[in-house]
Design a protein around this ligand. Sequence first.
Ligand SMILES: C[S@@+](CC[C@H](N)C(=O)[O-])C[C@H]1O[C@@H](n2cnc3c(N)ncnc32)[C@H](O)[C@@H]1O
Length: 129
Amino acid sequence: MRKPLLIAKQGRCPTGLLGKLVAHVMATQTAAENDIVLGLLHLDPADCVLEIGSGHGNTLAKVAGLASRGPHCGVDFSPVMHRHVSRRHRNLAREGRLAFHLGGSERLPYPDRTFDKAYAVHTVYAGLP
Ligand SMILES: C[S@@+](CC[C@H](N)C(=O)[O-])C[C@H]1O[C@@H](n2cnc3c(N)ncnc32)[C@H](O)[C@@H]1O
């Protein structure tokens, strides 16, 4: 498999050991774009927020610092990322500020009208074989 294709496939759904590495790289490489998106959301302290493809969860942790209501939720269909994020942000999860769920955007595990705002960054990888 060509290297760019392998990296794109790992970005779309991190798996195995390489997926764990991708989680760390992703967290630093996408921070600037995620900060721009947080600015565009104009978060209100009372907002409840959903991130689709929450990956490492660092952006949602920033949301928890900006909007006190919560729990803000992250959904991701990669079991590797779900395990990673559940460990990394366990304190915020214990406090009821964040919640991470394993699942895909096609069938979100939340009732209608749960969230005030939602975002996804570097999540849609169209056209991969
Ligand atoms: C490249 S990472 C980006 C993570 C984070 N949003 C960021 O900007 O750093 C993409 C993440 O989205 C998840 N993902 C991709 N498509 C998804 C979908 N349809 N539903 C849920 N998660 C998805 C992947 O498993 C992966 O963890």
